[in-house]
Design a protein around this ligand. Structure first.
Ligand code: LFR
Length: 500
Protein backbone atom coordinates (compact mmCIF):
# COMPACT_ATOMS: atom_id res chain seq x y z
CA UNK A 1 0.00 0.00 0.00
CA UNK A 2 1.40 3.42 -0.86
CA UNK A 3 0.11 6.62 0.63
CA UNK A 4 1.92 9.89 0.01
CA UNK A 5 4.93 8.01 -1.19
CA UNK A 6 5.19 5.85 1.92
CA UNK A 7 4.88 2.18 1.23
CA UNK A 8 3.89 -0.25 3.89
CA UNK A 9 4.96 -3.59 2.57
CA UNK A 10 5.34 -5.77 5.65
CA UNK A 11 2.54 -8.31 5.90
CA UNK A 12 2.75 -7.95 9.67
CA UNK A 13 1.04 -4.62 9.32
CA UNK A 14 -2.26 -6.45 8.89
CA UNK A 15 -3.82 -7.82 12.01
CA UNK A 16 -6.91 -9.81 11.13
CA UNK A 17 -8.96 -10.67 14.16
CA UNK A 18 -10.55 -14.05 14.38
CA UNK A 19 -14.34 -14.21 14.59
CA UNK A 20 -14.11 -15.74 18.05
CA UNK A 21 -12.34 -12.69 19.40
CA UNK A 22 -14.61 -10.12 17.86
CA UNK A 23 -17.75 -11.06 15.92
CA UNK A 24 -17.63 -9.25 12.57
CA UNK A 25 -20.16 -6.48 12.68
CA UNK A 26 -21.56 -4.84 9.57
CA UNK A 27 -19.86 -1.62 10.51
CA UNK A 28 -17.97 0.84 8.40
CA UNK A 29 -14.18 0.99 8.64
CA UNK A 30 -12.90 3.02 11.59
CA UNK A 31 -9.75 5.08 11.06
CA UNK A 32 -7.67 6.29 14.03
CA UNK A 33 -4.47 8.32 13.92
CA UNK A 34 -1.51 7.63 16.19
CA UNK A 35 1.01 10.41 16.71
CA UNK A 36 4.06 8.50 17.93
CA UNK A 37 7.01 10.68 18.88
CA UNK A 38 10.38 9.12 19.63
CA UNK A 39 13.59 10.84 20.67
CA UNK A 40 15.22 10.16 17.28
CA UNK A 41 12.20 9.92 14.95
CA UNK A 42 8.48 10.57 14.89
CA UNK A 43 5.62 9.26 12.81
CA UNK A 44 1.90 9.54 12.23
CA UNK A 45 0.28 6.20 11.54
CA UNK A 46 -3.35 5.60 10.64
CA UNK A 47 -4.87 2.41 11.93
CA UNK A 48 -7.86 1.18 9.96
CA UNK A 49 -10.16 -1.22 11.76
CA UNK A 50 -12.42 -3.02 9.35
CA UNK A 51 -14.04 -6.42 9.25
CA UNK A 52 -12.18 -7.38 12.43
CA UNK A 53 -8.73 -6.47 11.12
CA UNK A 54 -6.30 -3.64 11.84
CA UNK A 55 -4.28 -2.26 8.97
CA UNK A 56 -1.52 0.31 9.47
CA UNK A 57 -0.64 3.09 7.06
CA UNK A 58 2.33 5.28 7.87
CA UNK A 59 1.37 8.65 6.45
CA UNK A 60 4.25 10.70 7.84
CA UNK A 61 7.72 10.07 9.27
CA UNK A 62 10.35 12.60 10.26
CA UNK A 63 13.65 12.71 12.14
CA UNK A 64 13.84 14.15 15.64
CA UNK A 65 16.82 15.28 17.68
CA UNK A 66 17.41 17.59 20.58
CA UNK A 67 19.39 20.74 19.86
CA UNK A 68 22.12 22.40 21.86
CA UNK A 69 22.02 26.08 22.62
CA UNK A 70 24.67 27.53 24.90
CA UNK A 71 25.33 24.86 27.51
CA UNK A 72 21.97 23.13 27.36
CA UNK A 73 19.98 20.72 25.22
CA UNK A 74 16.39 21.46 24.16
CA UNK A 75 13.57 19.93 22.17
CA UNK A 76 12.28 21.81 19.19
CA UNK A 77 8.63 21.78 20.23
CA UNK A 78 7.31 24.08 17.50
CA UNK A 79 9.03 21.81 14.96
CA UNK A 80 7.53 18.66 16.51
CA UNK A 81 4.08 20.20 16.59
CA UNK A 82 4.42 21.29 12.94
CA UNK A 83 5.36 17.71 11.99
CA UNK A 84 2.50 16.23 14.03
CA UNK A 85 0.05 18.60 12.34
CA UNK A 86 1.50 17.89 8.89
CA UNK A 87 1.07 14.16 9.55
CA UNK A 88 -2.48 14.59 10.80
CA UNK A 89 -3.39 16.68 7.75
CA UNK A 90 -2.01 13.93 5.51
CA UNK A 91 -4.09 11.44 7.49
CA UNK A 92 -7.21 13.55 6.96
CA UNK A 93 -6.44 13.93 3.27
CA UNK A 94 -5.92 10.18 2.79
CA UNK A 95 -8.82 8.79 4.80
CA UNK A 96 -12.48 9.71 4.60
CA UNK A 97 -13.05 10.23 8.30
CA UNK A 98 -10.53 9.99 11.12
CA UNK A 99 -12.50 9.04 14.23
CA UNK A 100 -9.83 9.82 16.79
CA UNK A 101 -6.26 10.86 17.50
CA UNK A 102 -3.88 9.72 20.28
CA UNK A 103 -0.37 10.87 21.17
CA UNK A 104 2.51 8.98 22.78
CA UNK A 105 6.08 10.18 23.32
CA UNK A 106 9.25 9.16 25.11
CA UNK A 107 9.13 9.47 28.90
CA UNK A 108 10.05 12.08 31.50
CA UNK A 109 10.23 15.28 29.41
CA UNK A 110 7.69 17.98 30.10
CA UNK A 111 6.74 21.63 29.84
CA UNK A 112 5.88 24.21 32.47
CA UNK A 113 2.96 26.37 31.38
CA UNK A 114 0.73 29.11 32.73
CA UNK A 115 -3.07 28.97 33.00
CA UNK A 116 -3.57 29.46 29.29
CA UNK A 117 -0.91 26.97 28.29
CA UNK A 118 1.88 29.40 27.46
CA UNK A 119 5.38 28.00 27.98
CA UNK A 120 7.18 29.69 30.86
CA UNK A 121 10.38 27.62 30.78
CA UNK A 122 12.16 26.03 27.81
CA UNK A 123 11.60 22.30 27.25
CA UNK A 124 14.94 20.68 28.05
CA UNK A 125 15.94 17.31 26.64
CA UNK A 126 16.47 14.55 29.17
CA UNK A 127 20.10 14.02 28.15
CA UNK A 128 20.96 17.58 29.23
CA UNK A 129 23.65 17.43 31.92
CA UNK A 130 21.73 19.81 34.23
CA UNK A 131 20.59 16.97 36.50
CA UNK A 132 24.10 15.69 37.32
CA UNK A 133 24.50 17.62 40.59
CA UNK A 134 21.06 16.54 41.87
CA UNK A 135 21.70 12.96 40.78
CA UNK A 136 24.92 12.80 42.79
CA UNK A 137 23.35 14.51 45.80
CA UNK A 138 20.55 11.98 46.00
CA UNK A 139 22.92 9.08 45.30
CA UNK A 140 25.00 10.19 48.29
CA UNK A 141 22.01 10.54 50.64
CA UNK A 142 21.17 6.92 51.32
CA UNK A 143 18.14 7.53 53.53
CA UNK A 144 16.48 9.87 51.02
CA UNK A 145 17.33 7.57 48.13
CA UNK A 146 15.63 4.64 49.84
CA UNK A 147 12.66 6.74 50.96
CA UNK A 148 12.05 8.04 47.45
CA UNK A 149 12.36 4.59 45.94
CA UNK A 150 9.93 3.17 48.50
CA UNK A 151 7.49 6.02 47.77
CA UNK A 152 7.68 6.07 43.95
CA UNK A 153 9.25 2.77 42.82
CA UNK A 154 11.48 4.74 40.45
CA UNK A 155 15.27 4.64 40.90
CA UNK A 156 17.62 7.60 40.83
CA UNK A 157 18.39 8.05 37.11
CA UNK A 158 19.84 11.13 35.41
CA UNK A 159 16.78 11.76 33.22
CA UNK A 160 14.06 11.69 35.90
CA UNK A 161 11.59 14.57 35.64
CA UNK A 162 11.97 14.97 39.41
CA UNK A 163 15.64 15.93 39.05
CA UNK A 164 14.93 18.08 36.01
CA UNK A 165 12.14 19.99 37.72
CA UNK A 166 14.16 20.41 40.93
CA UNK A 167 16.96 21.93 38.86
CA UNK A 168 14.52 24.28 37.11
CA UNK A 169 13.15 25.50 40.46
CA UNK A 170 16.62 25.86 42.02
CA UNK A 171 18.13 27.72 39.05
CA UNK A 172 15.05 29.86 38.36
CA UNK A 173 12.94 30.19 41.56
CA UNK A 174 10.52 32.54 39.79
CA UNK A 175 9.28 29.56 37.80
CA UNK A 176 7.13 28.50 40.75
CA UNK A 177 5.15 31.74 40.33
CA UNK A 178 5.18 31.76 36.54
CA UNK A 179 4.03 28.21 35.98
CA UNK A 180 0.66 26.88 37.04
CA UNK A 181 0.92 23.45 35.42
CA UNK A 182 3.46 20.80 34.57
CA UNK A 183 2.42 18.79 31.52
CA UNK A 184 4.42 15.82 30.29
CA UNK A 185 4.96 15.99 26.53
CA UNK A 186 1.99 13.78 25.52
CA UNK A 187 -0.20 15.81 27.89
CA UNK A 188 1.03 18.97 26.21
CA UNK A 189 0.30 17.68 22.70
CA UNK A 190 -3.14 16.56 23.90
CA UNK A 191 -3.63 20.12 25.13
CA UNK A 192 -2.54 21.59 21.78
CA UNK A 193 -5.00 19.26 20.06
CA UNK A 194 -7.97 19.61 22.39
CA UNK A 195 -7.47 22.63 24.65
CA UNK A 196 -7.75 20.36 27.73
CA UNK A 197 -4.93 20.00 30.27
CA UNK A 198 -4.71 16.59 31.91
CA UNK A 199 -1.88 14.53 33.34
CA UNK A 200 -1.99 10.93 32.07
CA UNK A 201 -1.07 7.99 34.28
CA UNK A 202 1.59 6.03 32.35
CA UNK A 203 3.64 9.08 31.47
CA UNK A 204 3.19 10.45 35.01
CA UNK A 205 4.76 7.24 36.30
CA UNK A 206 8.04 8.06 34.53
CA UNK A 207 8.56 11.22 36.59
CA UNK A 208 9.64 9.68 39.93
CA UNK A 209 6.86 11.78 41.48
CA UNK A 210 3.93 9.36 41.40
CA UNK A 211 2.97 7.36 44.48
CA UNK A 212 3.84 3.72 43.74
CA UNK A 213 0.95 2.49 45.92
CA UNK A 214 -1.78 4.66 44.41
CA UNK A 215 -2.37 6.32 41.06
CA UNK A 216 -1.86 9.83 42.39
CA UNK A 217 1.18 11.99 43.08
CA UNK A 218 3.47 11.37 46.05
CA UNK A 219 3.17 14.46 48.23
CA UNK A 220 6.31 13.58 50.22
CA UNK A 221 8.33 13.26 47.02
CA UNK A 222 7.01 16.54 45.59
CA UNK A 223 8.02 18.19 48.86
CA UNK A 224 11.48 16.60 48.80
CA UNK A 225 12.15 18.08 45.35
CA UNK A 226 10.53 21.44 46.32
CA UNK A 227 7.86 21.15 43.63
CA UNK A 228 4.45 22.82 43.96
CA UNK A 229 1.68 20.17 44.11
CA UNK A 230 -0.63 22.50 42.15
CA UNK A 231 1.48 21.86 39.05
CA UNK A 232 0.02 18.36 38.83
CA UNK A 233 -3.57 17.12 38.56
CA UNK A 234 -4.71 13.62 39.49
CA UNK A 235 -3.68 11.53 36.50
CA UNK A 236 -6.37 10.27 34.16
CA UNK A 237 -6.31 6.74 32.77
CA UNK A 238 -5.88 6.03 29.07
CA UNK A 239 -9.23 5.85 27.30
CA UNK A 240 -10.42 9.24 28.52
CA UNK A 241 -11.94 11.36 25.74
CA UNK A 242 -10.80 14.99 25.75
CA UNK A 243 -13.21 16.36 23.15
CA UNK A 244 -12.83 17.16 19.47
CA UNK A 245 -9.64 18.30 17.76
CA UNK A 246 -9.63 22.10 17.86
CA UNK A 247 -6.51 23.33 16.06
CA UNK A 248 -6.76 21.42 12.76
CA UNK A 249 -9.95 22.17 10.78
CA UNK A 250 -9.52 19.04 8.62
CA UNK A 251 -9.89 16.96 11.78
CA UNK A 252 -12.61 18.90 13.56
CA UNK A 253 -14.82 15.81 13.90
CA UNK A 254 -12.09 13.62 15.39
CA UNK A 255 -11.96 12.90 19.14
CA UNK A 256 -8.73 13.38 21.07
CA UNK A 257 -8.37 10.20 23.11
CA UNK A 258 -5.88 9.82 25.94
CA UNK A 259 -3.72 6.77 25.12
CA UNK A 260 -0.76 5.42 27.13
CA UNK A 261 1.23 8.63 26.73
CA UNK A 262 4.48 6.85 27.50
CA UNK A 263 5.73 5.12 24.35
CA UNK A 264 7.03 2.18 26.36
CA UNK A 265 3.63 1.62 27.97
CA UNK A 266 2.09 1.70 24.49
CA UNK A 267 4.69 -0.74 23.14
CA UNK A 268 4.05 -3.17 25.99
CA UNK A 269 0.31 -3.01 25.27
CA UNK A 270 1.11 -4.21 21.74
CA UNK A 271 3.00 -7.31 22.93
CA UNK A 272 1.43 -10.49 21.54
CA UNK A 273 1.97 -12.07 24.93
CA UNK A 274 0.73 -15.44 26.18
CA UNK A 275 -1.55 -15.07 29.19
CA UNK A 276 0.20 -16.48 32.26
CA UNK A 277 3.10 -14.08 32.60
CA UNK A 278 5.94 -16.30 31.30
CA UNK A 279 6.98 -13.76 28.67
CA UNK A 280 9.65 -11.15 29.30
CA UNK A 281 9.20 -8.06 27.13
CA UNK A 282 11.78 -5.98 25.30
CA UNK A 283 10.82 -2.80 23.50
CA UNK A 284 14.00 -2.04 21.63
CA UNK A 285 14.80 1.22 19.91
CA UNK A 286 16.95 4.13 21.03
CA UNK A 287 16.54 2.53 24.48
CA UNK A 288 16.04 -1.11 25.20
CA UNK A 289 13.35 -1.53 27.84
CA UNK A 290 13.43 -4.96 29.42
CA UNK A 291 10.60 -5.84 31.77
CA UNK A 292 7.32 -7.57 32.44
CA UNK A 293 3.86 -6.89 33.79
CA UNK A 294 2.90 -7.43 37.38
CA UNK A 295 0.03 -6.63 39.70
CA UNK A 296 2.51 -5.50 42.35
CA UNK A 297 5.68 -3.44 42.24
CA UNK A 298 9.17 -4.88 42.70
CA UNK A 299 10.72 -2.85 45.51
CA UNK A 300 13.46 -3.18 48.14
CA UNK A 301 17.26 -2.86 48.20
CA UNK A 302 17.96 -5.38 45.41
CA UNK A 303 15.47 -3.69 43.09
CA UNK A 304 16.96 -0.30 43.90
CA UNK A 305 20.49 -1.59 43.23
CA UNK A 306 19.31 -3.12 39.94
CA UNK A 307 17.59 0.16 39.08
CA UNK A 308 14.19 -1.43 38.55
CA UNK A 309 11.67 1.21 37.43
CA UNK A 310 8.10 0.34 38.44
CA UNK A 311 6.35 2.22 35.68
CA UNK A 312 2.58 1.91 35.34
CA UNK A 313 0.49 0.13 32.77
CA UNK A 314 -2.55 1.71 31.18
CA UNK A 315 -4.76 -0.27 33.55
CA UNK A 316 -2.97 0.99 36.66
CA UNK A 317 -0.82 -2.15 37.13
CA UNK A 318 2.96 -2.26 37.13
CA UNK A 319 5.65 -2.70 34.53
CA UNK A 320 8.90 -3.37 36.42
CA UNK A 321 11.67 -2.77 33.93
CA UNK A 322 15.28 -1.84 33.45
CA UNK A 323 16.58 0.52 30.84
CA UNK A 324 19.44 -0.88 28.79
CA UNK A 325 21.16 1.79 26.73
CA UNK A 326 19.88 0.36 23.42
CA UNK A 327 20.59 1.50 19.88
CA UNK A 328 21.65 4.91 21.12
CA UNK A 329 25.12 3.30 21.10
CA UNK A 330 24.83 2.36 17.44
CA UNK A 331 23.16 5.62 16.39
CA UNK A 332 26.12 7.43 17.99
CA UNK A 333 28.80 5.24 16.42
CA UNK A 334 27.29 5.56 12.94
CA UNK A 335 27.97 9.31 13.06
CA UNK A 336 31.70 8.52 13.00
CA UNK A 337 31.46 6.62 9.69
CA UNK A 338 30.76 8.62 6.53
CA UNK A 339 29.99 5.35 4.70
CA UNK A 340 27.18 4.52 7.16
CA UNK A 341 24.13 2.73 5.75
CA UNK A 342 21.37 4.89 4.30
CA UNK A 343 18.76 2.30 3.37
CA UNK A 344 17.16 -0.73 4.96
CA UNK A 345 19.12 -2.88 2.49
CA UNK A 346 22.44 -1.26 3.50
CA UNK A 347 21.58 -1.83 7.16
CA UNK A 348 20.86 -5.51 6.54
CA UNK A 349 24.17 -5.85 4.69
CA UNK A 350 25.99 -4.23 7.60
CA UNK A 351 24.31 -6.55 10.12
CA UNK A 352 25.24 -9.57 7.97
CA UNK A 353 28.87 -8.41 7.76
CA UNK A 354 28.92 -7.98 11.55
CA UNK A 355 27.39 -11.42 12.09
CA UNK A 356 30.21 -13.00 10.08
CA UNK A 357 32.83 -11.69 12.53
CA UNK A 358 34.02 -13.70 15.53
CA UNK A 359 32.46 -12.93 18.94
CA UNK A 360 34.22 -10.04 20.67
CA UNK A 361 36.51 -11.04 23.55
CA UNK A 362 35.63 -8.01 25.62
CA UNK A 363 32.04 -6.76 25.91
CA UNK A 364 31.05 -3.20 26.75
CA UNK A 365 29.73 -2.24 30.16
CA UNK A 366 26.50 -0.78 28.80
CA UNK A 367 25.72 0.93 32.12
CA UNK A 368 28.73 3.28 31.79
CA UNK A 369 27.48 6.88 32.24
CA UNK A 370 30.09 7.92 29.65
CA UNK A 371 27.65 6.66 27.00
CA UNK A 372 24.77 8.95 28.03
CA UNK A 373 25.57 11.95 25.82
CA UNK A 374 29.21 11.86 24.68
CA UNK A 375 30.60 14.24 22.05
CA UNK A 376 31.80 11.12 20.18
CA UNK A 377 30.25 7.72 20.90
CA UNK A 378 33.07 5.96 19.06
CA UNK A 379 35.66 7.68 21.26
CA UNK A 380 33.66 6.80 24.41
CA UNK A 381 33.53 3.13 23.39
CA UNK A 382 37.23 3.07 22.48
CA UNK A 383 38.14 4.66 25.82
CA UNK A 384 36.20 2.03 27.78
CA UNK A 385 37.79 -0.81 25.81
CA UNK A 386 41.30 0.61 26.20
CA UNK A 387 40.77 1.01 29.94
CA UNK A 388 39.91 -2.70 30.03
CA UNK A 389 43.06 -3.54 28.02
CA UNK A 390 41.13 -4.45 24.86
CA UNK A 391 41.62 -3.23 21.32
CA UNK A 392 38.80 -1.17 19.72
CA UNK A 393 37.13 -2.61 16.58
CA UNK A 394 38.75 -1.73 13.27
CA UNK A 395 35.66 -0.96 11.24
CA UNK A 396 31.90 -0.38 11.38
CA UNK A 397 30.93 -4.08 11.25
CA UNK A 398 33.27 -4.60 14.20
CA UNK A 399 31.40 -1.97 16.22
CA UNK A 400 28.04 -3.42 15.25
CA UNK A 401 29.20 -6.88 16.36
CA UNK A 402 30.44 -5.48 19.67
CA UNK A 403 27.33 -3.38 20.34
CA UNK A 404 24.88 -6.19 19.57
CA UNK A 405 26.78 -8.69 21.71
CA UNK A 406 26.99 -6.19 24.59
CA UNK A 407 23.31 -5.22 24.39
CA UNK A 408 22.35 -8.90 24.21
CA UNK A 409 24.34 -9.53 27.39
CA UNK A 410 22.77 -6.47 29.04
CA UNK A 411 19.25 -7.65 28.18
CA UNK A 412 19.99 -11.17 29.40
CA UNK A 413 21.44 -9.81 32.66
CA UNK A 414 18.20 -7.92 33.24
CA UNK A 415 16.24 -11.16 32.78
CA UNK A 416 18.46 -13.01 35.23
CA UNK A 417 18.14 -10.28 37.87
CA UNK A 418 14.34 -10.20 37.49
CA UNK A 419 14.19 -13.95 38.00
CA UNK A 420 16.34 -13.71 41.12
CA UNK A 421 14.29 -10.87 42.57
CA UNK A 422 10.82 -12.23 41.88
CA UNK A 423 11.17 -16.01 41.74
CA UNK A 424 9.52 -15.93 38.31
CA UNK A 425 10.86 -17.98 35.43
CA UNK A 426 10.59 -16.52 31.96
CA UNK A 427 10.12 -18.94 29.08
CA UNK A 428 10.43 -16.50 26.16
CA UNK A 429 11.61 -12.99 25.42
CA UNK A 430 9.32 -11.03 23.07
CA UNK A 431 10.96 -8.19 21.16
CA UNK A 432 9.20 -5.34 19.35
CA UNK A 433 10.51 -2.04 17.96
CA UNK A 434 13.50 -1.35 15.71
CA UNK A 435 15.69 -3.93 17.46
CA UNK A 436 13.30 -6.70 16.43
CA UNK A 437 14.62 -6.32 12.89
CA UNK A 438 18.21 -6.96 14.00
CA UNK A 439 18.79 -10.73 14.02
CA UNK A 440 22.27 -10.30 15.48
CA UNK A 441 20.95 -8.59 18.58
CA UNK A 442 18.06 -11.05 18.96
CA UNK A 443 20.42 -14.02 18.65
CA UNK A 444 22.94 -12.49 21.08
CA UNK A 445 20.11 -12.01 23.58
CA UNK A 446 18.85 -15.57 23.17
CA UNK A 447 22.38 -16.98 23.54
CA UNK A 448 23.10 -14.95 26.67
CA UNK A 449 19.67 -15.53 28.25
CA UNK A 450 19.39 -19.23 27.37
CA UNK A 451 15.74 -18.92 26.27
CA UNK A 452 14.16 -18.25 22.87
CA UNK A 453 13.74 -14.71 21.67
CA UNK A 454 10.66 -14.13 19.51
CA UNK A 455 10.93 -10.95 17.47
CA UNK A 456 7.98 -9.21 15.85
CA UNK A 457 8.52 -6.68 13.12
CA UNK A 458 6.10 -4.27 14.70
CA UNK A 459 5.87 -0.55 15.45
CA UNK A 460 4.72 -1.49 18.93
CA UNK A 461 4.41 2.05 20.22
CA UNK A 462 1.97 3.08 17.47
CA UNK A 463 0.03 -0.19 17.68
CA UNK A 464 -0.44 0.20 21.46
CA UNK A 465 -1.54 3.79 20.91
CA UNK A 466 -4.13 2.65 18.32
CA UNK A 467 -5.28 -0.28 20.46
CA UNK A 468 -6.35 2.08 23.26
CA UNK A 469 -8.23 4.32 20.85
CA UNK A 470 -10.10 1.34 19.41
CA UNK A 471 -10.96 0.13 22.91
CA UNK A 472 -12.18 3.62 23.91
CA UNK A 473 -14.30 3.78 20.75
CA UNK A 474 -15.86 0.42 21.61
CA UNK A 475 -14.47 -1.27 18.45
CA UNK A 476 -12.34 -3.74 20.44
CA UNK A 477 -13.54 -5.20 23.73
CA UNK A 478 -10.37 -4.92 25.81
CA UNK A 479 -6.60 -5.25 25.77
CA UNK A 480 -6.65 -9.00 26.41
CA UNK A 481 -8.80 -9.43 23.30
CA UNK A 482 -6.49 -7.24 21.27
CA UNK A 483 -3.38 -9.12 22.40
CA UNK A 484 -4.95 -12.51 21.82
CA UNK A 485 -5.62 -11.45 18.25
CA UNK A 486 -2.03 -10.33 17.79
CA UNK A 487 -0.69 -13.54 19.26
CA UNK A 488 -2.79 -15.62 16.85
CA UNK A 489 -2.14 -13.58 13.77
CA UNK A 490 1.37 -12.11 13.99
CA UNK A 491 4.24 -14.21 12.74
CA UNK A 492 7.22 -13.92 15.05
CA UNK A 493 10.76 -14.99 14.20
CA UNK A 494 12.14 -17.39 16.78
CA UNK A 495 15.82 -17.11 17.71
CA UNK A 496 16.68 -20.23 19.70
CA UNK A 497 19.59 -20.07 22.14
CA UNK A 498 22.80 -21.69 20.95
CA UNK A 499 25.00 -23.45 23.44
CA UNK A 500 28.43 -21.93 24.01
C1 LFR B 1 11.86 5.12 25.45
C2 LFR B 1 11.70 5.90 26.74
C3 LFR B 1 12.03 5.09 27.95
C4 LFR B 1 12.42 6.17 28.90
C5 LFR B 1 13.29 7.00 28.01
C6 LFR B 1 13.49 8.39 28.48
O1 LFR B 1 11.55 5.91 24.36
O2 LFR B 1 10.40 6.40 26.86
O3 LFR B 1 10.99 4.29 28.44
O4 LFR B 1 13.03 5.72 30.03
O5 LFR B 1 12.62 6.96 26.76
O6 LFR B 1 12.29 9.07 28.50
Amino acid sequence: MAINGVTISSPTFNYPVSPAASKPKPRKAIHCAAVDLGATSGRVIVGTWSGGALKLTEVHRFPNAFQSLGRHDYWNLPGLWAEAQAGLRKAAASFPRIASVGVDTWGVDHVLVDDIGRLVFPAHAYRDARTQAGLQRLANTRAALERIYAATGIPNVFYNSSLQLAEAVASCPAVTDLASRCLLLPDYFNFLLSGRMENELTIASTTQLLDVHSTDWSRATLDYFHLPPRWFSTPVFPGRKLGRVTGIPELKDAEVIVVPGHDTAAAYDAMPAEPGGADLFVSCGTWSLVGFESDRPVLGPDALAARVANERTAGGGYRPLTNVIGFWLLEGVLKAFPNRPRSEQDRNRLTAAAAALPAPRQLLDTTDPAFVNPPSMRAAIDAQLKAAGARPPRDLPGYVRLICASLGRGQADAKIRFEQMTGRRFARILVVGGGSRNPLLCQATADAAGIPVVSYSLEGTAVGNLARQLIALGAVKDLATFRACLARQLKGTVHSPRGT
